[in-house]
Design a protein around this ligand. Structure first.
Ligand code: ADP
Ligand code: ADP
Length: 211
């Protein structure tokens, strides 16, 4: 069988990156994430695209969405090259969902459900290992290796103020995307508020059932 094409949805901090890393390894699919792709290209010149700002950085640091034109191109290119994928961070509005429909079919659409209070706590405590890209949390998932601990970094947009704005943008733009897949009857909801291993057990079982 061809490799599965998996979409993982959920609010900022719901655990998409954490679960996508596991999915990518267990199902041997590529992790396509617009957040990482944009962070690697924060100062890319997008001034020719008739956008409000000249680089993705201004949008990201304020917690706003980067214009669709920029993000659609990144995803289109990545999916064309992938044989099976877990897509994380896209689509974030209904226009992007429509674009995605033209790009590919999906085998599984998952959403991780987590309460807003918990999301704020997860995001403000999130730390990244710049060398491996691994995701940690100061309280929930601290690294064991002191060398890793010493080099952890906080994302520029994981401050309380920007987190609140990102959650507002999520409610306004991205919740309708989840409703859209729910209305189509293809959405599989997973309780994302459980411990990481319990979330993983549910995610894995859901994918295995669907493919
Ligand atoms: P997203 O990609 O959806 O923004 P992440 O996977 O980066 O979310 O997780 C956000 C933060 O929450 C990270 O610090 C991560 O270590 C932590 N985290 C992820 N899943 C869980 C979980 N099930 N329980 C507690 N903390 C979690
Ligand atoms: P999180 O999962 O914690 O919300 P991401 O790493 O997915 O964060 O995204 C970080 C930022 O990158 C977003 O706040 C937004 O500015 C930009 N971004 C990521 N994906 C998209 C997208 N599909 N459309 C527009 N902007 C995006």
């Amino acid at each position: 069988m061809a490799q599965p094409r998996i979409l993982i949805l959920g609010a900022p901090g719901a655990g998409k990156g954490t679960q996508s890393a596991k999915i990518s390894e267990a199902f041997d699919v590529e992790h396509v994430t617009t957040g990482d792709a944009l962070r690697a290209n924060k100062d890319m010149d997008i001034s020719e695209m008739d956008t409000e700002y000249d680089t993705p950085r201004e949008y990201m640091d304020q917690g706003e969405l980067v214009p669709d034109e920029v993000v659609n191109a990144i995803v289109d290119e990545a999916l064309t090259q992938a044989d099976g994928f877990v897509l994380d961070g896209y689509p974030r509005n209904l226009e992007q969902a429509e674009e995605l429909e033209d790009m590919t079919d999906l085998d599984v659409v998952l959403s991780l459900d987590v309460s807003e209070e918990e999301l704020v706590h997860r995001l403000t405590g999130r730390r990244m290992d710049p060398e491996t890209g691994d995701i940690y949390h100061l309280e929930y998932n601290p690294p064991e290796d002191p060398e890793v601990e010493a080099r952890l970094e906080q994302r520029d947009d994981d401050t309380e103020e920007t987190v609140r704005e990102r959650l507002r943008v999520y409610r306004e733009n991205t919740e309708p995307v989840i409703e859209h897949y729910d209305d189509e009857g293809v959405l599989e909801r997973v309780d994302g508020e459980q411990a990481p291993n319990e979330v993983w057990a549910d995610v894995k079982a859901t994918i295995e059932d669907a493919v």
